[in-house]
Design a protein around this ligand. Structure first.
Ligand code: CUK
Ligand code: CUA
Ligand code: CA
Length: 639
């Protein structure tokens, strides 16, 4: 069944928001949009699902016992984690805690995870919240190499790295002097040494302007505030350098040759309020010349900000007017753009207008020409600007020359042809730019295609991450889940093949072919320096500091009785001696907030004060054996 145009009520709402959007000033338009959403909720029939029933013999069918073809790695918004989903089935495979506390695995509870997350002087976590928007993986030869993923934290401006073999976070770094760290993208090649054809840098866009340094100065004068673009070393996870820009930075994209990173800017006005941020007719996509920035850093031509030692290069417009020395190039794009995406042929970046119904196509070779003094104006690097629909946000690619842009206000996905858009821009009136518009349910944010951000874009699936599911699922109280809609893009027409629920609120994600991901099933005990051995297992005391070294092997812990004294500072270390795949044990200690798991051959530890006298059953939480319930020890705290 075709998914389009059979929900008249929703159509009425879309028309209303269209009117609201176009018929008044831009500011009023936004008000119209939000009213439109509220109205829509009341209008929508609660019990009948609307358009878009999957075709018979659904293309997402993965029979019981069969494995998916793709992994989707997604962000989780203010849930603070990352997620792993199998596609096309939509099966949730894993939640990877990153900036959030997760008592299933003990993330934020064990000493090892706390060390990664960062602690205060008293050992408690520095932050317990996170806001992840963008997940991107490491590259080699223009495609994923299965080593790492990175995810941003918008609240506290942190970048986390996730190992793809264990799918666990192993490092987190905080960006100095940055607030609202939003877009990220790994580089795909070194800008100077083409032999380094793999990811060695991760670029991070800072969205909010703040006083630099943010120590109480200039509070009443936002015109003095600024935003920084940061480069993080992919292996050490240290911040290498930063660039101060005019305006803000939203999303980030990188070129396949490593020469450029770019970020779209919706606030070139440098405004501090809504009306001001929408004042200009055009905003920009700022292109960073990576090699020149690193030359300046090497030559010592940088400043530092406050207590941070990270080199900061000036990328503001006034300092970068001369193409011969510039490190930034501001290419004008449609009003308040959202999203910048690189086409898999390596030629173009596409910025969506958000407040303009257009997408701006920028030719990277022309940006390079501007830097060489061969192009008059940065705006001459724009080679197409097709009208594609209302509220365009993010663009995905199929590797066959087509782009798929999410249209938030129209609740649609528009498929358009990049070459046709360029021809139309040059004056070809017969160019057929828009190929198809498909309704999605509803208000899409990010979309992403299978392998779409690599040279191996395969044009099989597109995921539309929709911000409102409304009537698509059983209601579960005031907060509905979101919809991830899987669209088959392999044929001439787009075909909706599945609705998957998503717990609020994922933003960006990537779809990776399963053969690229090589996971590890059993840890190596020696990789944990604190692993417990039969020789050092037991209880040892130094003053009031007590080490409890415990081993697990189904269905028992190595000590049936553990005795400490009230007031002791206890460090409990647990090594899982089971070697069978998936034979994981848990460790919970009532009253003391201890709750974590140890996978086969893994070691974890916790430190706590034994401040309550009594008997506490230390028990296994993870079903491991027929005698799982019997797997417990007496933890005795003497008064
Ligand atoms: S942003 Cu979420 S819909 Cu943070 Cu990538 Cu566009
Ligand atoms: Cu060990 Cu359950
Ligand atoms: Ca603007």
């Amino acid at each position: 069944m075709d998914s389009s145009k059979d929900d008249s009520k929703d159509e009425a709402h879309i028309t209303a928001s269209r009117r609201g959007f176009l018929g008044r000033s831009a500011a009023m338009g936004l008000v119209g949009v939000s009213l439109g959403l509220a109205g829509c909720k009341e209008d929508a029939p609660a019990k009948t699902a609307s358009a878009g029933a999957p075709a018979k013999g659904a293309a997402n069918e993965v029979a019981p016992g069969q494995l998916d073809d793709y992994y989707a790695f997604t962000s989780a918004g203010h849930g603070g984690e990352a997620r792993v989903i199998g596609l096309p089935s939509g099966r949730t495979l894993k939640r990877i805690p990153v900036f959030n506390i997760d008592c299933m695995v003990g993330w934020g509870i064990t000493n090892e995870s706390k060390a990664i997350m960062g602690t205060k002087a008293d050992g408690s976590l520095k932050y317990i919240t996170g806001d992840t928007h963008h997940v991107h993986a490491s590259y080699k030869d223009g495609t994923y190499d299965g080593r790492f993923m990175w995810v941003n934290d918008k609240i506290h401006s942190r970048l986390a790295r996730i190992r793809m073999d264990t799918m666990e976070c192993d490092k987190i770094v905080q960006l100095p002097n940055v607030m609202g760290f939003h877009g990220i993208f790994p580089d795909k090649c070194d800008p100077v040494d083409a032999k380094i054809n793999y990811t060695t840098r991760v670029f991070c866009g800072g969205e909010f302007s703040i006083p630099l340094p943010n120590d109480g100065r200039d509070l009443d004068d936002p015109s003095k505030w600024g935003a920084l673009f940061s480069c993080v070393d992919a292996s050490t996870m240290e911040v290498r350098w930063q660039v101060r820009v005019d305006g803000n930075m939203d999303l980030v994209a990188t070129s396949y040759d490593g020469k450029f990173a770019a970020s779209n800017q919706y606030n070139t006005e440098n405004a501090a309020d809504l009306a001001g941020m929408m004042a200009a007719e055009r905003d920009a996509c700022v292109f960073f010349h990576v090699a020149r920035i690193e030359q300046l850093v090497k030559a010592g031509k940088f400043t530092t900000i406050g207590a941070s030692k990270v080199p900061v290069v000036d990328g503001r417009k006034a300092a970068n007017a001369d193409p011969a020395t510039a490190v930034t190039c501001y290419v004008p794009v449609g009003k308040n753009p959202h999203g910048v995406n690189a086409s898999p042929d390596g030629k173009y970046f596409v910025c969506s207008g958000k407040l303009s119904p257009t997408a701006t196509v920028i030719d990277l070779s022309l940006v390079a020409q501007w830097y060489e003094g061969k192009l008059k104006q940065p705006r001459d690097a724009v080679v197409a600007e097709p009208e594609i629909g209302l509220g365009p946000l993010h663009t995905a690619f199929d590797g066959k020359g087509n782009a798929y842009t999410s249209l938030f206000l129209d609740s649609q996905c528009v498929k358009w042809n990049v070459a046709a858009a360029i021809a139309q821009f040059k004056g070809d009136k017969n160019a057929k730019v828009i190929i198809e518009k498909m309704d999605v349910q509803y208000q899409p944010g990010h979309n992403y295609a299978s392998m779409g951000e690599t040279k191996e874009a395969d044009g099989k699936y597109l995921n539309s991450g929709n911000k409102f599911s409304k009537d698509r699922f059983l209601p579960v109280g005031p907060l509905h889940p979101e919809t991830e809609q899987l669209i088959d893009i392999s044929g001439a027409k787009m075909r909706l093949v599945a609705d998957h629920t998503a717990y609020s609120e994922p933003h960006d994600g990537i779809i990776v072919r399963r053969d690229i991901v090589k996971t590890r099933q059993i840890y190596t005990m020696e990789d944990f320096p604190n692993h417990v051995t039969p020789d050092n297992a037991g209880v040892t005391r130094h003053g009031n500091k007590v080490q409890v070294r415990l081993m697990s092997q189904a269905p028992a812990y190595s000590m049936p009785i553990i005795k400490v004294k009230k007031g002791d500072e206890v460090t409990l270390t647990l090594t899982n001696y089971d070697k069978v795949e998936d034979l994981t044990h848990g460790c919970a200690l009532p009253t003391y907030n201890i709750n974590f798991i140890v996978n086969p051959q893994e070691t974890k530890s916790v430190t706590f004060k034994a401040d309550h006298a009594g008997a506490y059953w230390l028990y296994c939480t993870h079903f491991c054996h027929a005698l799982h319930l019997e797997m417990r020890s007496r933890f005795l705290v003497e008064a």
